[in-house]
Design a binder for this molecule. Structure first.
Ligand code: SAM
Length: 205
């Protein structure tokens, strides 16, 4: 029987502890550093696309950010984040959706995606992602994107991924988004493995 994307991710979050998955980071350091460098006000609106159970929102709430949205295809991922945040969960907008069919109803100053875009192995999925991105952002909005680098893993969570360097990501996002900064990161998984990530910061023209 064919397992849908949603069923796959629901099962991952139902069966694995949040701190045991390969993408777990105790603190989302690269994202926080990127946001610090952008010197955005705490009133900036941020959407964490495919945010899963990441603690990025916890860190941003602690820093006084007040307009936070987390979107994920897997409801159990968001449930884990909400349970961890307790009362603070009410300060976040939670959206269960597949980003490739999401129709955002507003604009965000920051679109953050760590390790989601690289799962879109079909060209049509990437076009659909870009439609959501374009609908959710406005000129000057910032996109913080992390994918596996060319020497990163070929699969994640049992699924094939597409790997990118900065030039390949810039080519994907086209002329509407200017590449402002890029760097590589070696992520250490909870099991002690190493994974090369490519990070890019784009600004919508
Ligand atoms: C590798 S995890 C990264 C989670 C989080 N960004 C982090 O850094 O901890 C990928 C996440 O993307 C979500 N995801 C996968 N495909 C998606 C899609 N098409 N739309 C929305 N979320 C998706 C998964 O449920 C999962 O939470």
């Amino acid at each position: 029987m064919m397992v849908t994307k949603r069923e796959h991710w629901d099962e991952v979050y139902r069966t694995k502890a949040a701190d045991s998955v390969s993408w777990y980071q105790p603190t989302p350091e690269p994202s926080l550093r990127a946001l610090d460098e952008l010197q955005l006000p705490a009133t900036a609106a941020l959407v964490d696309v495919g945010g899963g159970a990441s603690s990025l929102v916890d860190c941003l709430i602690e820093r006084g950010w007040s307009d936070l949205t987390v979107l994920d295809i897997a409801a159990p991922a968001l449930d884990a984040a909400k349970a961890r945040l307790r009362d603070d969960a009410a300060r976040v907008a939670w959206v269960v959706a597949d980003v490739t069919v999401w129709r955002p109803e507003r604009h965000y100053d920051v679109w953050h995606d760590r390790a989601v875009f690289h799962f879109l192995t079909e060209a049509e999925q990437r076009i659909a992602y870009r439609h959501a991105l374009e609908a959710a952002t406005a000129p000057s909005s910032v996109v913080i994107l992390a994918t596996f680098a060319p020497d990163g893993p070929e699969r994640c969570s049992g699924l094939p991924v597409r790997r990118y360097d900065a030039a390949a990501l810039a080519a994907e996002f086209g002329s509407a988004f200017a590449l402002e900064r890029e760097w590589r990161e070696e992520h250490t998984t909870p099991g002690g493995g190493r994974q090369s990530f490519q990070w890019c910061v784009f600004r919508r023209r």
